[in-house]
Design a protein around this ligand. Sequence first.
Ligand code: ATP
Length: 596
Amino acid sequence: MLFSELVELYEKIERTSKRLEMTDLLVSLFHKTPREIVDKVAYLTLGEVYPAYVGLELGVADKLALRAVRQVSGASEKQVNELMARLGDIGLVAETLIGRRGQQTLFQEPLTVETVYNALERIAKASGPGSIETKLQILSGLLSQASPTEAKHILRIVTGKMRLGIADMTILDALAIVFGGSKETRDYFERAYNLSSDIGLVAKTAALEGLEGIKNFKLIVGKPIRPMLAERLSSPEEILDKLDGSGFAEYKYDGERMQIHKKRDEVMIFSRRQENITSQYPDVVEQVKSCVKADEAILECETVAIDANTGEMLPFQELMHRKRKKEIERAVEEYPVNLFFFDLLYVDGKDLTLSPFLERRRMLEAILSETNMSRLSKGMVVENAEQLERFFQEAIESGCEGIIVKAIGPESVYRAGARGWLWIKYKRDYKSEMIDTVDLVIVGAFHGRGKRSGKYGALLMAAYNKEKDVFQTVCKVGSGFTDEDLEMFVNLLRPHIIPHRHARVDSIMEADVWVEPKIVLEIIGAEITISPTHTCGWDMARKNFGLAIRFPRYTGRLRDDKAPEDATTTDEIVEMYKRQLKKITEERVSQVEGEV
Ligand code: ATP
């Protein structure tokens, strides 16, 4: 397949911001893609060469990429810098300069998708001394064969700035239509994706084995499964009601979620957002080798930092010490961790994701040798509100942030990648008018004034609308920021700045600076109100109005363990709004009754 065919499609995609049109374009792309390379086309379309969990980045800095453009186009450093300052987009700079180079030599082989993919793969894999020169050489080689438009997209891919606005979910839509026969088959595709976190593998399985292959998709040790997530409620009665009278209540530990894959002596650890974090926890790797009695297993646990002197649980922030590459050895000594295992998804050839919860828990108990460092999460079956409340208090007293109550009926499977009512969290900070913290995505920013000039004064925050796969704004947050935070946001947002609203952002408000929806912050607010200027929950509570969080404040917690799609959803905000209304009505009724 010619790379020019792919690029032609990217140009069309770039011109639309409508998801349906994007899906149609992707459908036409997959129709003409040879089956053997459908995985590569899927990765490239997302601006990647491998699934994100592999963590192998192309790692070409702008400076190096521009050096390649200079080499091939003959432009001077000054010319390149001027153009870069004017166009602000490395892809456009390459397109312009390669365009100026004039007609390519006749008889030059046109680029194929395979050639480009293989070259990018070599760039990604080049490491160690001399790797910069190797990357430069490969990139220059590619550019010398590329048309201006091809050069634009190659440059964007290698520098990690491919911004077609296409998300994994849109690719799944297109795959369902092309290989499943209709959009109705999408759930099967989503399940396969949730079980593997690998869009290329899903695409290839569909292309080679059809819908049957996707229906029979099995989890694979070494490929992270997207985590099952909990809904929230604020009273034991509501929780038990939702779970038909009983459930398995567990402490909700406040640390880092881990999904641990064990394959004999090899142990891999994935974060909540499927990043490979094995190197941060050499102690956990050793521990798992000895405490898990199975050849192959996929387990989930919450890892909590522990005070080495007292053995008490520490706030999750202490795990930050594990994030600094150079300090890991010391962190292992000074900030030991405890593991609280709460689920088992696979053991020795058996996929347990469709087994009911209590069966998974029994198997987990059977394969885990408890030690000082590794334990089962503390839990018990609860059958009435009083029992549940007592267990909750006990959890809080032990330093946990609350409990999670899990369904135990025959339907209580492990729902990969879904937030649902099979798990319900009950946390300490719920109160009737004060909402729980929410995790929102930064989609835009406003210039600061006075003391904040030169930094951002406020950030435009959005919740995730899962159905439409867009981010809808819900508040503008300007408080709770320390001076360091303000400094940090400038640096954090810089690589994500885009010239216009992102295709997946739905906003009425105009930000001074638009950014790609990438960064998730924890926000707390006073209440949720009807709003004419925010798009979250549009038309849901009142026609032509959305919902907003009043008095939002940054809690200081940057949720870099969450992908933007893991942010609080617009449905959750609508739910919170409804619950708030119900509480207010109840309070008024009891007040009136009191007065009477
Ligand atoms: P939060 O920000 O409240 O931790 P979240 O969006 O990360 O929520 P939820 O599914 O809402 O995830 O809450 C469950 C989270 O709680 C898990 O992701 C996990 O990290 C943590 N956790 C702690 N203890 C348990 C437990 N016993 N069972 C399941 N999850 C637990």
